[in-house]
Design a binder for this molecule. Structure first.
Ligand code: NAD
Length: 318
């Protein structure tokens, strides 16, 4: 039985993953942590142990890992792409020093580490279509820089110290439970809220901009599947391309119109997030994940839209 610490547990991924892991491993075996408590997350904070941990504070992190005899760290605390461009200094500190602290403690205490990378590791010089697993990575955002360095650091700790590090390059993640934390693909979540509430949406990402995306249940499956994967099959430990679909704003709008025919889309493009989106792939090749640990997502765009509108409608009482 694993004893898991989740950092950044109150974020978009952590808030769902922590509850899923508690179901699988038992409440007592999954310790949630974040920089501070957050309103609206009472169920998570009260259903098991919750610790206040700033990942930039290595001593506190080490104390918590030892106190709970943690053997697996799922490291989700991070500053995302759009916020990272507003506060590059904080993005470097949290994303790099936080990961370094996690890896050092994992080395000392013999823990496995899962941490997500991102499509943000790619840049303008990366082939944008069917982006290969192993390719050019020259990102031009602070978030992307920290994610490339993070992939390399995780590889280093595996090869140099034998730390069992694993990770995927997540695309934009879409969920109805917790709002996204300030990324470039957030429009693909907001569009569903506005479709239900106002039957219209103004997109900050421009017409024709395709990006890879994934529905949260598939993302959670990816984490659990890779954590449990047979290590002898893993060649790309820390940076698996994974994707489930690729679309632009018109295509997600068309999918929404199958359920809400009067839905309207217009644009007010944000130049900062548009520049980030332009530098990311249109669609990724995730063959390595399929071959090395049987990655196989369940939701395409229409299946996601149907579930998202139904669940979000229920949540919003609409
Ligand atoms: N959501 C996506 O679309 C997406 C896509 C690709 C990769 N990822 C990666 O997945 C991971 C989790 O992302 P998310 O979407 O849940 O992000 P999020 O912003 O929703 O959650 C991150 C959490 O970390 C917390 N945090 C920030 N600084 C901290 C610190 N110093 N110490 C402790 N906690 C801190 C925040 O309060 C937040 O609750 C990140 O590494 C992110 O880069 C996410």
């Amino acid at each position: 039985m694993k004893k898991i610490l989740v950092t950044g547990a109150l974020g978009q991924i952590g808030s769902e993953l922590t509850m899923g892991l508690r179901e699988q491993y038992g409440n007592a075996n999954v310790i949630a942590s974040s920089r501070r408590t957050k309103e609206g997350h009472e169920e998570l904070m009260e259903s098991g142990i919750f610790e206040i941990v700033d990942v930039a504070d290595g001593e506190k992190l080490s104390e918590v890992v030892k106190k709970h005899r943690i053997d697996t760290i799922v490291h989700l605390a991070a500053i995302l792409s759009a916020v990272g461009e507003e506060r590059p200094n904080q993005a470097w500190n949290v994303n790099m020093n936080g990961l370094y602290n996690v890896l050092e403690i994992a080395r000392e205490e013999d823990c496995a580490v899962f941490t997500p990378s991102s499509i943000a590791v790619f840049g303008d010089s990366t082939p944008p279509d069917n982006t290969p697993q192993d390719t050019i990575q020259r990102p031009n955002t602070m978030y992307g820089v920290t994610k490339v360095a993070g992939e390399l650091l995780c590889d280093y700790y595996y090869h140099r110290f034998g730390v069992d590090t694993r990770g995927v390059r997540f695309p934009g993640l879409i969920s109805y439970k917790t709002l996204p934390g300030g990324g470039t693909t957030d429009y693909a979540v907001h569009i569903y809220y506005d479709a239900l509430k106002h039957k219209r949406y103004t997109s900050f990402i421009g017409k024709g901009t395709k990006m890879d995306m994934m529905y949260m249940p598939d993302a959670l499956d990816a984490i659990v599947q890779l954590l449990d994967a047979d290590p002898s099959r893993l060649i790309h430990r820390n940076a698996f391309n994974v994707t489930a679909m690729s679309f632009d704003p018109e295509e997600i709008a068309a999918s929404i119109r199958k359920k809400i025919p009067e839905f309207e889309l217009d644009y007010d493009v944000d130049p900062v997030r548009q520049a980030i989106a332009n530098s990311w792939p249109n669609s990724m090749d995730d063959t390595a994940a399929r071959e090395e640990w049987d990655w196989n997502p369940k939701y395409d765009l229409d299946a996601m839209t149907e579930d998202m509108l139904a669940k979000l409608g229920e949540k919003l009482g609409l």
